[in-house]
Design a protein around this ligand. Structure first.
Ligand SMILES: *Cc1c(COP(=O)(O)O)cnc(C)c1O
Length: 455
């Protein structure tokens, strides 16, 4: 197995190269040369860790031994707070929530980032290399990355978040970590601005020659494959021949992980993409209009995104891996802010995905409805998905993703049900700790010089 780029299908990179590079030098995203096929029956009765091993090993086997991968996976999920790691909660007949908030920062990002942190440590242990982790966050990636990398000796971490546009808990989870290798930059702009700065720095020769920049955003392939694991895991908990997944989406990382699971043989019927009012994914797939609108702030900030980076991976796959087409399309999309996708491409994507956009008012209404009807309190991201699952019939098993612990978003919960959700003890602590962050203008050169000063 080797790796190619969405903008150069002839590229031939090793797993270790794409692990640290994150984004390809041609601006594209990495994908494996082939899709290994998983025999699902062999995974029946496996633990989460064993399932993870079976899914991930084919992608890394040229460079990480079977035994080392096992140690990395065991270490990763040891500190998760639930025996099942990702429990499946039955809501009613054939409707389930896959809860993904038992990692140290209470959102699904931990399932991949804790793993990524341990892979990095494993590889760096055998080299003299130092790396600089650079990432943009709309809220949860930042805290998950900071938790995964804090105190690691050979890794300096820079996380950009949009100033005043993440929830207080999300911000404090990042800014109250006082390890010396952690740097929080609050950028006066949107998440898309932060992500743009990160992408520009990744293809900047000056900073690349001084530091070894590493991406930890969901464009990093390891994150995608680590997230594919829980789709298999969920299916294995059930006695059914096919499933639908409902996935609250922003950067298209989590839903693309489901797509990868389908490529690898998981019998997925429909994949439901749910966006909030930032609905570019919904528009692109329902009518081919890939047009950037102004970013709106919603109760689900981790989905307040207009440029969904991983969507490029889907277009690449749905255009039969035509990197010439992707180069043209992305150049013109980023220059003009819009692009019309061809009918062929749209109908191909529609055969896999159904898309939805859910407004904030519906989110609050759904949180209340699930509390009243099932005594289940969901966070606002999860609620976007639940509002869609609510309207599906139960002929085929539906699994909606539980993206974050409701305690991370008490303001929205309070609006919906008039009282605060339980807040885990680990989250309460952060309200007493001192915060550390630097507020900066939305300016790539400024960020570049700040980073070069600090590494
Ligand atoms: C990151 C995140 C999302 C969006 O996932 P993508 O992989 O960016 O599509 C949704 N909900 C929560 C709580 C998140 O942290």
């Amino acid at each position: 197995m080797h790796y190619l780029s969405t903008r150069n299908s002839k590229l031939n990179e090793s797993f270790l190269n794409i692990l640290f590079q994150g984004l390809s030098k041609d601006g594209g995203l990495f994908l494996p040369s082939e899709w290994p096929q998983i025999s699902i029956d062999k995974l029946r009765n496996c633990s989460y860790q064993e399932t993870a091993h079976a899914i991930i090993y084919p992608y890394v086997k040229e460079e990480i031994s079977d035994y080392d991968l096992k140690l990395i996976i065991d270490k990763t999920y040891k500190n998760f707070n639930h025996q099942k790691i990702a429990p499946l909660i039955n809501i009613e007949n054939n409707k389930y929530i896959l809860e993904l908030f038992y990692g140290p920062t209470f959102a699904f990002k931990d399932y991949a980032l804790q793993f990524l942190g341990n892979i990095f440590s494993h590889v760096l242990k055998h080299s003299k290399r130092k790396i600089t982790v650079l990432g943009a966050t709309s809220g949860d990636t930042g805290s998950a990355a900071i938790n995964a990398f804090k105190g690691k000796e050979d890794i300096e971490v820079f996380i950009l978040h949009p100033y005043n546009k993440v929830s207080e808990v999300q911000r404090r989870q990042m800014t109250t970590v006082d390890e010396k290798n952690i740097h929080n930059f609050a950028i006066k702009g949107s998440f898309d601005d932060c992500q743009k700065i990160v992408k520009e720095l990744f293809i900047n020769e000056e900073i690349q020659s001084k530091t070894s920049l590493t991406a930890v955003n969901s464009i990093n392939w390891v994150r995608i494959i680590a997230q594919s694991v829980y789709y298999f895991w969920a299916f294995l908990q059930l006695n059914t021949d096919k499933v639908n997944f409902i996935v609250p989406s922003g950067n298209f990382g989590n839903i693309f992980s489901a797509r990868v699971a389908k490529f690898m043989g998981l019998p997925i019927h429909h994949l439901h993409i749910v966006t909030n009012e930032n609905d570019i994914l919904h528009r692109s797939i329902s009518n081919g209009q890939m047009k950037i609108n102004e970013v709106k702030e919603t109760y689900s900030p981790s989905m307040d995104i207009q440029i969904s980076s991983n969507f490029e991976r889907e277009i690449f796959e749905s255009s039969d891996r035509n990197s010439d087409y992707i180069n043209e399309l992305m150049k013109s999309f980023l220059a003009q802010g819009y692009e019309n996708l061809s009918n062929d491409l749209v109908s191909k994507m529609q055969s896999i995905y159904q898309t939805h956009s859910v407004h904030d008012s519906k989110v609050l209404q759904t949180i209340k409805e699930f509390k009243d009807k099932y005594n289940y309190i969901s966070d606002p991201h999860t609620a976007t998905g639940l509002s869609i699952m609510n309207n599906l019939d139960n002929k085929i098993t539906n699994i909606s993703l539980g993206c974050a612990h409701p305690g991370k978003f008490s303001e929205a919960i309070n609006k919906a049900i008039d009282h605060n959700p339980d807040i885990p003890k680990m989250l309460k602590n952060i309200f007493e700790k001192k915060e550390k962050m630097t507020i900066l203008e939305n300016d790539t050169n400024l960020i570049k010089s700040k980073i070069m000063e600090l590494v």
